[in-house]
Ligand binder design. Structure first.
Ligand code: SF4
Length: 352
């Protein structure tokens, strides 16, 4: 369901913009309203009140929790409280048609969500891209992941870095961002759209009412190597990508977050890092290095801890804000896409 289609349906139920806004705000923020006693009972037009149970059921069915890893939901409320906010948890999310996607609860109110089932970019180090694109997520399904996560813990930051390339589903992603930023009680700078670099993103983001922060999956400064690592990413020279990101960062006053999966012997050489330093010196940027997370069947390894420390040190010496991050949830059931891949394999085995 697209949120724009839902809005048209609500207009057909005599809703004015204030009614639509109230309904969506209540859904995204999980504010309950008792249909009999709350002001909403009389505020909404009669046609909407009659249709409300069916609409609520439809919204509820958009994204359901299939499993959580680790499954803290089985802990006592006190234990859950203690682990809350500090723990990473991967969520396998079932969509209304049975397709599976993934979200990740991050520390301090963060949530990583998916924008597609599968992905067409095919990055060589990523499980999500291995089976290609299965389908797009509608804008309501994207927002529904936030609603689902909020049933487990508070969410104040949403990063669009899960399964899928947001630029390949941009209309739905931008609709979702607008609703989250206008009605979802999430600061605009706390909405982070991640892309492999696509001119459509650079053209459209500056025109949006809600302008998210931008993350660019860089992974190499060498155009030829980058084309090997991200086979279906648009062929835009790295220098141009960084220039586009810099213009957006200066216009929005949010630094660009550059992402770089570090793979031993592939993109962790001193020469590569020196080019990166030259590229980012003086830029409004945060460099996030993510050591490669082992994936069954892939021949890559992460650099040794000493090498990781040296890489971070090299950039920091040149005044570049640099962070070493673990792929969200790598200690809990592996990299992006692995939960879904295992669940789909298990389902295929059962049905054959
Ligand atoms: S890393 Fe992101 S863009 Fe690349 S295949 Fe995986 S989901 Fe797609």
């Amino acid at each position: 369901m697209r949120l724009s289609d839902l809005q048209l349906r609500l207009q057909d139920l005599d809703c004015k913009p204030c009614h639509i806004e109230r309904l969506l705000r209540g859904w995204v923020q999980r504010r309950s309203y008792d249909r009999k006693s709350s002001p909403a009972a009389t505020f909404f037009p009669a046609a909407l009140r009659a249709a409300l149970p069916a609409i609520e059921a439809e919204l509820q069915g958009l994204a359901r929790l299939k499993s959580a890893h680790p499954d803290t939901l089985t802990l006592s409320p006190r234990e859950q409280e203690l682990r809350r906010d500090s723990e990473v948890a991967r969520l396998l999310v079932e969509l209304h048609d049975g397709q599976l996607t993934e979200s990740v609860l991050l520390p301090r109110g963060g949530l990583c969500i998916s924008t597609q089932v599968g992905c067409a970019v095919g990055c060589v180090f990523c499980m999500s891209g291995r089976a290609g694109l299965v389908r797009q997520l509608d804008s309501a399904e994207i927002v529904a992941q936030v609603v689902l996560a909020r049933s487990l813990r508070a969410v104040s930051k949403v990063v669009f870095m899960g399964m899928g390339e947001p630029a390949h589903n941009l209309d739905n992603v931008l609709e979702a961002i607008e609703v989250l930023g206008m009605l979802g009680n999430i600061a605009h700078k706390n909405l982070v759209l991640s892309t492999v670099g696509d001119l459509r993103v650079f053209e459209r983001l500056p025109q949006q009412i809600v302008k998210p922060a931008l993350a660019l999956s860089l992974h190499s400064t060498d155009d030829a190597l980058r084309a090997q690592l991200l086979p279906k990413a648009p062929r835009i020279p790295v220098a141009e990508l960084v220039a586009q990101c810099e213009a957006y960062a200066r216009a929005t006053h949010y630094p660009t977050q550059y992402q770089w999966t570090l793979i031993e012997g592939v993109n962790d050489s001193d020469a590569e890092l020196e080019r990166l330093i030259a590229l980012l010196t003086g830029k409004y940027a945060i460099m996030n290095f993510i050591p490669f997370n082992a994936v069954d069947g892939l021949p890559y390894r992460r650099p040794a801890p000493e090498r990781l420390a040296r890489i971070v040190g090299m950039l920091k010496q040149h005044g570049i804000v640099t962070q070493l991050r673990d792929s969200a949830g790598q200690e809990v059931e592996g990299a992006c896409g692995q939960l879904r891949a295992r669940a789909v394999q298990a389902r295929d085995r059962t049905s054959s």
